[in-house]
Design a protein around this ligand. Structure first.
Ligand code: N01
Length: 542
């Protein structure tokens, strides 16, 4: 294919292109496709063995999206959305990966990508006005544009626990799960981490395991997903009405259709509030967030919902001590990513599933035989790590990215991620981010963000072509104005009030703060559109 040809030449010499795209997740796939359709010479570079990004790597048991597939899928091609048929409301990882592959086949994307290749540096050449991108395969590409579709969650993070490398059993990392099926039946298995990932693992591994030890530091709130198969009649209704559904998604807070409410919690009498909470619990999914308008802004309203959910945990879990340990306290509900599950709390009623509360019984170290707690050693055959990611900034700080005058992105971001619209960086001409750290990122539907970002970038390229400009870059002032908006919104939301990867709390030494745009997808889209309507007044062109 085209890529092989490019690679062959890059290995020996330098290949000059119009654009390099880093990443073959849903952002990089669409970006590469659009650039190719614009008639540009482009290569996509991907560390994984194939397309799919986070869904390529995260093959752990239970991996599933908590957004409905009707929303969590591409909207740019009617052919794709008509031809592909989802089997469930909330699809599991194998189906989402199959979908990514379907799209790659359909658009013949693989010929534009090189896989199993990691970018080692991207450096701006001020004299020749282009990006030089090098890879761990010894390739060098030069391009006018460099687009980072590296994802907000692509650098796995191990826990800082002494002795991890000493363990003689099997270690499985959720974010780099083996391609073949892993059988835990009859084995003694430990799991560290109870975020969205850990909770999904518990519900699956809990079904077929010898003895299961769940090492929990901070409990998460999780609510019933109430996933359903999609029946053919519903699927054809969706397909008939995709245009309207997509338009509604684009105009929504999350970039996905979900009920929303203008009703503040305390505007209703107590009995009615309780009834609505019962209804939301029964409806499942993120129904709570669509039931009251002020759960993320009014701490008292938030606390009442949290207390209601803690009550539900108490109803399911038989042992009151375990129930108590599973109840999250001390941070607002929904401030850590709210999880959706199927029978999570039920697992802890099984005699072979053991909750280890690390607050009362911390891990001392990992030994060759298992996990040593303050109370003694838990012998294990296998240890699963679901300890999260160096989110948002990790991927771009994992290799060398240098802009004008040798400006290092690690330096620019040492006090936290800053950018213009989460899309461009002052000091880094013609560099774009797709789903960047200062956009809605993990706070909205990432496929919607990807599409919106890619379309915005392509419109800017059209503008540059039409006006005969070769370079675009935001000024420091425009970057600062955007960050003021991001900070102002961050202050207003309870999202800033929990120790999570959202605020960088999970990585030692990382500057603390919510750098994502917390104003919702549609508002973000409005800001991006306003930038276009102003004639790109906040950018400098050469
Ligand atoms: O990672 P996390 P994740 N000792 O950072 C624990 C998306 N996602 O992979 O909170 C003991 O949330 C840590 O404990 P604590 C989604 O955006 C979506 O689960 O630091 N424990 C925590 O429990 C999500 O937000 C979906 O006290 C240690 C866990 O590891 C994001 O990915 C599914 C520890 C890490 O939780 C990340 O979720 C999956 C230590 N030394 C993921 N170090 C869906 O769409 C860390 N932990 C459904």
């Amino acid at each position: 294919g085209d890529t092989e040809e490019l690679q062959r030449r890059a290995a020996g010499s330098i290949v000059t292109l119009d654009a390099v795209v880093v990443g073959a997740g849903f952002g990089g796939m669409y970006m590469t496709y659009r650039l190719r359709e614009r008639g540009m010479r482009v290569i996509g570079i991907e560390a994984g063995g194939d397309v799919g990004g986070v869904w390529y790597w995260n093959r752990y048991p239970g991996a599933r999206c908590d957004l409905m597939c009707v929303d969590y899928s591409y909207s740019f091609s009617d052919e794709i959305q008509q031809e592909w048929t989802w089997s469930e409301q909330f699809a599991a990882q194998p189906e989402i990966l199959a979908y990514a592959n379907f799209v790659a086949d359909k658009l013949d994307l693989r010929k534009d990508f090189t896989f199993a290749t990691r970018v080692t540096s991207a450096v701006w050449d001020d004299v020749r006005r282009l990006w030089t991108v090098k890879t761990d395969q010894g390739d060098t590409y030069e391009a006018t544009y460099c687009i980072m579709a590296t994802g907000p969650l692509s650098i796995p993070k191990d826990p800082e626990i002494a002795g991890l490398d000493r363990f003689e059993g099997d270690i499985f990392r959720a974010q780099k799960w083996p391609h073949e099926q892993v059988d835990f039946s009859g084995r003694r298995v430990g799991l560290i981490g109870t975020g969205s990932t850990g909770i999904q693992i518990v519900t699956e591994v809990g079904k077929a395991v010898g003895e299961f030890y769940v090492f929990q530091r901070t409990p998460s709130f999780t609510m019933p997903m109430r996933n359903d198969k999609l029946d053919p009649e519903h699927v054809s209704e969706i397909k008939d009405h995709y245009t309207g559904l997509r338009a509604a998604a684009r105009a929504s807070l999350l970039g996905g259709v979900r009920p929303s409410s203008t009703r503040p919690f305390f505007s209703l009498p107590r009995a009615q509030r309780l009834q609505l909470m019962e209804d939301a619990w029964k409806a499942g999914g993120h129904a709570f967030l669509g039931t009251f308008s002020d759960l993320m802004s009014n701490p008292d309203a938030n606390d009442q919902v949290a207390e209601f959910v803690r009550g539900k945990i108490g109803e399911v879990v038989e042992d009151p001590k375990i129930a108590e340990a599973l109840k999250p306290r001390g941070y607002p509900i929904f401030a850590r990513r709210p999880c959706l599950d199927t029978d999570y709390y039920e697992q802890f009623n099984k005699p072979n599933v053991h909750l280890i509360d690390l607050f009362t019984n911390p891990i001392v170290e990992i030994t060759k035989a298992g996990v040593k707690l303050q109370s003694g050693e838990v012998p294990l055959d296998a240890l699963i790590l679901a300890t999260g990611y160096d989110g948002l900034t990790g991927a771009l700080m994992a290799f060398e990215v240098r802009g004008r005058d040798g400006l290092d992105l690690r330096e620019k971001w040492q006090d936290g991620a800053i950018s213009y619209l989460g899309l461009m960086l002052a000091g880094f001409p013609n560099l774009f981010m797709v789903c960047g750290a200062n956009g809605p990122a993990a706070l909205a539907n990432i496929i919607s963000i990807n599409e919106q970002n890619v379309d915005w970038i392509c419109s800017l390229m059209d503008h540059m072509e039409a006006t005969g400009m070769a370079i675009a870059e935001p000024t420091r002032e425009s970057e600062e104005r955007w960050m003021e908006i991001v900070r102002m919104l961050a202050e207003k939301t309870l999202l800033s009030k929990a120790n999570t990867w959202y605020v960088g709390a999970n990585v030692e030494g990382k500057t603390r703060g919510l750098t994502m745009f917390a104003g919702g997808f549609s508002k973000y889209d409005e800001y991006c559109q306003a930038a276009v309507d102003s004639g790109y007044a906040e950018l400098v062109f050469e």
